[in-house]
Design a protein around this ligand. Structure first.
Ligand code: HEM
Ligand code: HEM
Length: 144
């Protein structure tokens, strides 16, 4: 079961990175061109949310196993001293949870804000910051 979830977590990562980058890039482009809010921002941010939450769900399941395996074989101070292990068990999961939280806040504020300008600002600020965190802790060496 974990193999299937690892594969899903691996392939959803490509799709999520693509849609998250598209959402933020489109919002910035539309703001620069003073376009009014259309269906594109709503659809792009919704697809990003679905993929981000799926990734969160699979990531949390993987974390239970990875954390269990790591702590069974190492003490917490060994995990903290080993850069690769620390990245896998601590840094990647915690930063990604924060990133998905920012995406969710961005989408909630996008839906609730009044006016095109405020809606777009929510996407650019929250999803932009979430995306920056996501790009920082994506394990690129494992992805390609
Ligand atoms: C770890 C499990 C999950 C948690 C804790 C979680 C939490 C949340 C929260 C707090 C919201 C914001 C609700 C609001 O707008 O007020 C949300 C929205 C959403 N979630 Fe999740 N979720 C989870 C899993 C999933 C999964 C597995 C999917 C789909 C595959 C999903 C799809 C969505 C979508 C599409 C929205 C946005 C709905 C909209 O804005 O119209 N979530 N989720
Ligand atoms: C949202 C919370 C997330 C949690 C809790 C989480 C957790 C994890 C864990 C525990 C692993 C290690 C699995 C193993 O033992 O090999 C992992 C691997 C990985 N994660 Fe996440 N993750 C999250 C989000 C993300 C996101 C948003 C992306 C990318 C956009 C991502 C991309 C990856 C990749 C590429 C791997 C390596 C998988 C492989 O071996 O190919 N993760 N994640």
């Amino acid at each position: 079961m974990f193999t299937g979830i690892t594969h899903s977590h691996h392939y959803i990562a490509y799709l999520l990175l693509l849609t998250a980058i598209s959402t933020v890039a489109y919002a910035i482009y539309a703001r620069m061109n003073n376009q009014s809010i259309g269906a594109a921002e709503n659809k792009l941010s919704l697809i990003t949310m679905i993929l981000a939450h799926l990734q969160l769900l699979f990531g949390l399941i993987l974390l239970v196993k990875t954390y269990g395996d790591a702590t069974a074989a190492n003490s917490m101070s060994d995990i903290m001293k080993d850069a690769d292990l620390r990245r896998l068990v601590i840094e990647h999961p915690s930063t990604m949870i924060l990133s998905v939280l920012l995406f969710t806040l961005g989408r909630m504020k996008f839906k609730r804000a009044e006016g095109d300008n405020n809606k777009r600002k929510a996407l650019i600020r929250y999803m932009g910051l979430g995306l920056a965190l996501m790009l920082a802790v994506t394990p690129w060496d494992k992805l390609f």
